[in-house]
Design a protein around this ligand. Sequence first.
Ligand SMILES: NC(=O)c1ccc[n+]([C@@H]2O[C@H](COP(=O)([O-])OP(=O)(O)OC[C@H]3O[C@@H](n4cnc5c(N)ncnc54)[C@H](O)[C@@H]3O)[C@@H](O)[C@H]2O)c1
Length: 446
Amino acid sequence: MQISIIGTGYVGLVTAACLAEMGHTVTCLDIDEKKINNLHEGIIPIYEPGLSELVKRNIKANRLFFTTSYTYAVENSDVCFIAVPTPSSEDGSCDLSYVLKAAKSIAECMTKPMIIVNKSTAPVGTCDKIEEKIQAHIKSGLTFDVVSNPEFLKEGSAIHDCMKPDRIVIGVNSEKAAAVMKKIYAPFTLNHDRILIMDRKSSEMTKYAANAMLATRISFMNEISRICEKVGADVNEVRKGIGSDTRIGYSFLYPGIGYGGSCFPKDTDALRFLAKENECTPLLLDAVHAVNVQQKKVLTEKIVKYFDTKGGLKGKTIAIWGLSFKPDTDDMREAPSVTIIKDLSEKGAILRLYDPIAMDNAKKLLENHQNLIWCTSEAEAAKGSDAIALLTEWKQFRLINFKPIQDTMKGSAFFDGRNQYKPEEMKNFDYIGIGVPDHILENDIH
Ligand SMILES: NC(=O)c1ccc[n+]([C@@H]2O[C@H](COP(=O)([O-])OP(=O)(O)OC[C@H]3O[C@@H](n4cnc5c(N)ncnc54)[C@H](O)[C@@H]3O)[C@@H](O)[C@H]2O)c1
C-alpha cells in the first residue's frame, strides 16, 4: 500500500521503517529540512536500537522515501498518518496546533479520496477536529475518512514494539476505513489477531487511559517507597511481594526519581485537563501528578541531608551517571535528571555528568547552568567526586568494578536513584537508595 507519514520523529520514523519493512511503500514528510536532508544521506536523527539498519535497508529497497513536500507525500499515498508533536500548553491542555496544521496541509494537497490516520496522542474529540479542518480546506467533492490509531511503542524498544505490538487500537467511523487499516496491519498480526477496532473517541481515550494507568503505578510505588523509608521496610522486597500476585504483576513497580519523558507527564496533564473541562474532578490523576512532582526532589533532598553533617553541599562534587529519562534512548524531554541537576547546581554543587547516548541533547537543555563538567565515561565522572548519583539505569552501569573507581574518588557516597544495586553489593560506600534502608559506613571511611 502507498502510505505517507507526516512527522519524522520517534514515532513517525519508527512507524515508517516498520511499515516499509513489511512491504508497504512509505513516504516520510517533515518540515525540518535538515532532518530530511540528513535522512537522505542515511543520517538518523534519533538514537533507537536497530532503527538505523532498518531505515537504510528500506531506503535501499526503494520502499522508504523522505520529503519536505506535502504535495509529493500526499500525491504518493492513499493513507496519510499524522505523527507530529502534541505538547502541553501552559495550562496543561494538549496543544493541537501541530496536528491541525498538518491536517490543513494535507487537505490543501488532496486530489483524490484518502484516509487520514491520527497517530499523535491527542484528547478525545481530536479526530472530529481533524475532520472539520480537512473539510474546510479540501476541494469540494473529495471524500475522506479520519481514523484514530494511537501509538504504544516505547522508546528504547520501539522497533520490537512496532513489529510485535501487544495490540493495535483503531478507532473508525466507517467500515471501509476499518478494512483498509486491517490490510495495512495484517503483516503485523499473522500469528494472532491483535487488532482492536472501536469508535474513534474510545480509541483516543484508550491511549490516555493506558499512559495514566502506567503513571499511576509509578507514583503509587514511589509513595510506598516513602512510607517504607519511614517505617524501616525495604521497598525492593515489598515490590517482589506484591508483584508475585498475578492480579498485580511485576511491571511498572519500580520506585525511582519520578516519571519523565515525552509522554507520561504531558499525557496525564492533558487527561486531567480534559476531565476538568468536562466537569469531572480527576482526584486520582491529580494525586499521581503531585506525587511525581515531589518525587523528582527526593534524591536531591537525600543528597543535601547527607552532606549537612559534612560541611554542606556547596563546593562538593557529585558524579551524575545517566541523564536520559530512561535507558536506551537519547530523549531528554522531561527527564527527572534535569530537575535534579538544576537543583543541585543551584545549591552550589559541582556536577560531573555522563550519559552513554544523551550527552548532546542534555547539553542543549542545560547549557545555561553553572558548575557542570561534561565527562566521557562513568569512571571519568567519578574522578575526584564526593559522591556518585545514578539517575538512569543504563545496562553498562550494572556490572561496575567499583574498586578502581572508588580509589579515584574524594568521598564515598552512592545515591542510587533507580535501586539498581543491592546495598550488600555496595558495602564500601555510604549507600542511599529509594525506599531502602540507608547503608552508612562505620566511622564513615572507606
Ligand atoms: N515518543 C514516544 O515514545 C511516543 C510514544 C507514543 C506516542 N507518542 C506520540 O506521538 C506523537 C509524536 O511524538 P514524537 O516523540 O515522535 O515527536 P518528535 O518530536 O520526535 O517528532 C515529531 C516530528 O514532527 C515534525 N513536525 C512538526 N510539525 C509538523 C508539520 N506541521 N508537518 C510535518 N512535520 C511536522 C517535527 O519536525 C518532528 O520531526 C506525539 O503526539 C506523542 O505524544 C510518542
